[in-house]
Ligand binder design. Structure first.
Ligand code: UT7
Length: 330
């Protein structure tokens, strides 16, 4: 097992004020109901941001908690990496707006686009920057305001997504065994159209027609995405465990991307991890894409399910497709 170069020194999360139940969504005139959504996804509610609750504000709130827990001052942050698919502006990166909000004046800041795998990819980039000697302390954020890119008339997608932010501070490990033990990342760009936003970029710029058809919003072939997610998350758990030379028995908690309980159950079953060692909060947050894992990690720590000495397996899958995994000792 390699000696870790980076460890997770602090975590935090933030969600908008307003919780929206499945019944609230059905009451918007959509042909759906609580029973269908719970049975097919496990989701009972999600948080939806108001206009004043920007992505920057949510990410900054989560980051302040993570920095406080890590005992890190704004001036000590070398790099901010923010995984998101729903930035506040198309230019510049939301990470620089978070930098300004936090006063991290010494930092380099950039966004990373890997959809639901955004926090996990960002953590691997942060570890690499630390290993290269470029940075000692990296703020790694996963944050989404998906409510602004969801088609609220499409029951296939709008019931799934929510808003929120999770933040982690990664620092250089100075001896010892806590930190990132292994990582795995992979993409397949042959299947972009199974989960994408067709309009709003260069190929199909925003137009009244595109907006009327909801082509600027998330579109998803749900069933096919589930198949790929189950296969890829299985590969991801295998690869990170192999690389860390660990087995399922060594894992205290699996924290998977929170998209659908059926995908989570299949991933845990494949990895051989029993339900009591799997963290699930998709029922309360829906899918917050890049934010699901850091939100779940912060809650798991708050609940005492991750403590000093815990070995945690993370696995994520998202649009692109992108997928990956990490084994981390706390
Ligand atoms: O986070 C990034 C990755 N995302 C995911 O991994 C999520 C992937 N997708 C899913 O979680 C699931 O595919 C869904 C929950 C979106 C759908 O579940 P499913 O079991 O795959 O259902 P389905 O696509 O086979 O659709 C079954 C039926 C369809 O009706 P017809 O065509 O059979 O008449 C849908 O129109 O369910 C219908 N349906 C709904 N019915 C009530 C789809 N959404 C809803 C809804 N309420 N909200």
């Amino acid at each position: 097992m390699k000696r870790p170069v980076a460890y997770i020194a602090g975590t935090g999360h933030a969600v908008p004020r307003r919780a929206v139940s499945n019944a609230d969504i059905a009451a918007m005139g959509l042909d759906t109901d609580d029973a269908w959504i719970v049975e097919r996804t496990g989701i009972r509610q999600r948080y939806i941001a108001g206009p004043d609750e920007t992505l920057t504000a949510l990410a900054a709130q989560a980051s302040r908690q993570a920095m406080e827990q890590a005992g890190v001052q704004p001036g000590e942050i070398d790099v901010i990496v923010l995984g998101t698919a729903s930035p506040d502006h198309l230019l510049p990166a939301t990470a620089v707006e978070v930098q300004a909000a936090l006063g991290c004046t010494r930092a380099a800041a950039f966004d990373l686009g890997a959809a639901c795998t955004g926090w996990l990819y960002s953590a691997i980039v942060a570890e690499s920057l630390i290993a290269a000697g470029t940075a000692d302390t990296v703020l790694v954020i996963g944050a989404e305001k998906l409510s602004s890119i969801v088609n609220w008339k499409d029951r296939n997608t709008c019931v799934l997504f929510g808003d929120g932010a999770g933040a982690t501070v990664l620092r250089r490990a100075r001896g010892g065994h806590r930190g990132i033990l292994s990582s795995f990342m992979r993409s397949d760009g042959a299947l972009t159209q199974l989960l994408w936003r067709p309009a709003g970029g260069n190929v199909e710029p925003l137009s009244p027609e595109a907006m009327a058809e909801g082509r600027h919003c998330i579109q998803m072939a749900g069933g096919e995405v589930v198949e790929h997610a189950v296969r890829s998350m299985a590969e991801a758990t295998d690869r990170a465990l192999d690389a860390a030379r660990l087995t399922a028995n060594d894992i205290d908690l699996l924290i998977p991307h929170q998209a659908n309980v059926r995908i989570i159950d299949a991933t845990a079953k494949h990895a051989g991890i029993p339900p009591e060692r799997v963290f699930i909060n998709v029922d309360r947050y829906g899918t917050t894409s890049a934010a699901t894992i850091p939100i779940a990690l912060n809650e798991a720590i708050q609940q005492g399910r991750v403590k000093e000495g815990s070995t945690v397996l993370f696995a994520a899958f998202g649009a692109g497709f992108t997928w990956g995994s990490l084994v981390v000792r706390f």
